[in-house]
Design a protein around this ligand. Structure first.
Ligand code: 1HE
Length: 294
């Protein structure tokens, strides 16, 4: 067992995890795709080597996220097999995601609204602080809750058709999927205010310029680029991926003194791993690639 897996309890056995899901009412079975979780019809998962690809698969509703989809996302990321080293999240059809299923919203009272928002928080926390880095592949509408789920991922690849909006303002509601926390970190509170107050829509180029995406691709090239990035991530030392996705965001929010200390501890832990020693030795013996610009 790798030490980062011990830290997070990631190697808890499948039976133990299965009991957790049953406790929260999520049906669990070994699905055909090789994942230990039964997904709702609105999600499809594929395994490509050590990469998992999860598709929002409700194209007829523009991948609007309903309650079963939220539960399915939570269950999928919680039950990710240990062998999966990175995840790609993409959307079927012409749009990545049209956000919250607006049809479900009308029937909720205030208490149910709070519980609903908290269920999104739990699910997206599984993405942000889960077992493996997640690459989102965006195209078409990335709006409302669609932008919130994209913001919970670690890397965003946007096809040229991508556009971003927060139509909550015009719908008389507010973000509820963690966007109020994650989006200001990505683009700043002022830009988020503008998006929500005026309904401003950013296209793919503008989104890239303000930091909504990391990579831009031509139409139809997003998944290939997302897979290429996921494979590169999967090739990193597991402790480095753990430190980058779990520790770095905490350091970034900490007071500087705590941040420097946590950085020193994390740095020492990472370099103490055998994997780090092997990789450093490989470079010194000229067996590892140099860091050059191609
Ligand atoms: C939906 C949803 C949805 C489509 N909930 N059903 N999100 C929004 O405010 C965006 C709302 N959606 C749209 O603006 C458009 O649908 C799109 C620009 C994304 C796509 O347009 P288009 O012309 O391709 O599709 P369409 O004809 O509008 O939609 C196809 C079907 O999907 C249609 O249903 P049908 O039964 O008439 O076929 C739509 O009603 C349905 N559909 N989007 C429910 N979002 C945790 S808080 C998060 C808060 C938010 O996310 S607010 C933002 C919500």
């Amino acid at each position: 067992m790798k030490s980062c897996e011990r830290l997070t309890g990631f190697r808890r056995n499948v039976t133990e995890r299965t009991q957790d899901f049953r406790a929260v009412g999520i049906a669990v079975s070994k699905s055909a795709s090789g994942f230990d979780v039964q997904l709702p019809r609105s999600l499809k998962a594929e395994r490509r080597g050590d990469i998992a690809v999860l598709f929002l698969a409700r194209a007829e509703k523009r991948n609007a996220i309903d309650d079963p989809t939220v539960s399915g996302i939570e269950a999928f990321f919680a039950a990710l097999p240990d062998a999966i080293k990175a995840v790609v999240l993409a959307g079927e059809g012409d749009h990545f995601c049209s956000g919250l299923d607006l049809g479900e919203l009308t029937s909720r009272d205030i208490a149910q609204g709070i519980a609903h928002s908290r269920s999104w928080h739990r699910a997206f926390e599984r993405i942000e602080f889960g077992k493996a880095p997640v690459v989102a592949v965006l195209h078409g509408a990335v709006v409302g809750g669609g932008l919130e789920i994209a913001a919970a991922c670690h890397i965003r690849v946007a096809e040229a058709s991508t556009y971003y909006a927060l139509p909550e303002g015009s719908r008389g509601i507010f973000v509820g999927g963690g966007g109020a926390v994650r989006l200001p970190r990505l683009i700043g509170t002022a830009r988020m205010m503008d998006m929500m107050l005026t309904g401003r829509i950013y296209d793919a180029d503008e989104g890239q310029a303000i930091g909504l995406s990391h990579y831009l691709t031509a139409p139809g090239q997003g998944l290939a680029k997302g897979m290429e990035i996921a494979e590169r991530i999967a090739g990193n030392a597991p402790m480095t991926n753990f430190a980058v996705t779990h520790v770095l965001p905490r350091i970034a929010q900490a007071d500087p003194a705590s941040g420097y200390l946590t950085e020193a501890l994390t740095s020492a832990i990472a370099q103490g791993e055998k994997e780090a020693k092997d990789r450093l030795k490989a470079f010194l013996e000229k067996r590892a690639p140099k860091t050059v610009r191609h």
